[in-house]
Design a protein around this ligand. Sequence first.
Ligand code: PRX
Length: 567
Amino acid sequence: MSNIGSYDERVRTFDWSLAEQELEYTAGAGLNIGWYCSDRICDKGGADKLALLWENAQGEEKRYTYDDVRVYSNAVGAVLRRLGVERGDRVCLFMDKVPELYIGVVGILKIGAIAQPLFSAFGDESLLVRLSNAETSAVLTQKKHAFKVRKILDKLPHLKHIVIVDHDGKTPLKDREVPFSLEGSKAVENLECFPTKAESPSVLHYTSGTTGMPKGVQHVHYSLISQFLTAKWVLDLQESDIYWCTADPGWVTGTSYGIIAPFSLGVTQCVLDAGFSTEAWYRFIEKNRISMWYSAPTAIRSLMKGGDEIVKKFDLSSLRHLASVGEPLNSEAVVWSERVFGRPFLDTYWQTETGCIVISNYPGMEVRPGSMGKPFPGITGTILDPSRNEPYPAPGKIGLVALKFDWPSRMRTYWRNEEAFQKKFRNNWYITGDRARVDQDGYYWFAGRDDDIINTAGHLVSPFEVESALLEHPAVAESAVVSKPDPLNLEVVKAYVTLKPGFAASKDLDLEIMNFTRKRLSPLAMPQEIEFVDSLPKTRSGKIMRRLLHAKEWGEEIGDTSTLEND
Ligand code: PRX
């Protein structure tokens, strides 16, 4: 029996207080996610239960019980407190998917500081933008990534401490660096959690904006209520599950459903800290008897490429429930997974800003391959007619996906950018920035984004951020960044570039510019293709018209070009 039972019945009787009751939370009382993710599970008899099973590319394994998570997160909290980190201070986690990341987030939340996870593949420019915007006061990182922080240190006056989480006790330390080691630290049996409340800030996740630099999405401890219940009803997490969320906590999926939800539900979760490989993934499922698997369309498409035969080499019979997020899940992938795993991947839709799954397929509800499903019970969604900002009177038309902004894990604002936050609303509807249609039965069908943001392999990349990095290269005069279709990653980044006098297009320059952006930003944001052109299409007021270049890449109609300067 699934946790949700009947979707329709849940919609009819829904109240978020259901989750509050299960978590024994009463309005106005203290609420600390860190405590819920460790101490509470131990208090309920789960101290010896396996919380985290970690494996890396070399096959090295580490296991942590809930009591380990409790004691080690206490140690992280204690060291930060000793350094003077206080409630509300931003503490960044800049590391691979190592145990210190998962346990570190819990420790940071316990002391009331704000956890700011950042993808470890970020280059120094991506890191600088996010650390300086957040005025981050401490970074937890690994030895191997510390050099990127050192490189930008003199531009970060607010950054007081760099905690090296895998310090061997010997390697010399540089300016502001502090040694730490989970296993090597003294067990901290008791740590007084900061008495955070529902509206106390918890997590700050940076996401790409349509214009301007990335924005910090500000979440609060009350988000737990939605993350807990959606994990229960959509991911169907149950006591005996062995859960695998493949997402990196540098992105919201890896935090909401890779740390907060599974730990607060007391399930056992597995983490594979290694790059993608079909064999390695199937082996990981087989070896650990994974029962619930939350992944993403690009990974599923990569597995599909591996073919059906390889699946038969492994015993994957432990899998009982699969879900996907981040990009459109094509119907072929749903049908394929049903054929080879005996169950379909259920598509779930949400955003950094929503904090939890908002539109989804549910166990027991008919799956319509290619559809994102229906709004989570208690969440009101609609399709707005963009010309009136009113819901369409009848289903069927493509419009803006909009939500009533009233569930517990909605973002509270963009960090120090209330203006951008307010711009997300029209007629009291929160505008997601996506387009979709609803069918007669209430199923949502994704149609595309309503802005220039590029979704590559499930990760959002802002053209503006890539263009800014390109402009710093000495050869680049102007640039326009758009998406280009890709069979595996759905979209990849493509840059159109004009060169400064004295520079000529060449394969070497092309590679040099690619590398330059990869190092500054990240491998995902690096353009996969650079096209050198003599000029870029501009409006009469001088604005580069990405729309035209986008249409060219996608073989679409170019549309109205009446404002074009060089037509
Ligand atoms: O465009 C939608 C796409 O990813 C965006 C949100 O990205 P981010 O904030 O990074 O969070 C991703 C993980 C929650 C959305 O605005 N997206 C997410 N899920 C889906 C999707 N597009 C189509 N189908 C989905 N299931």
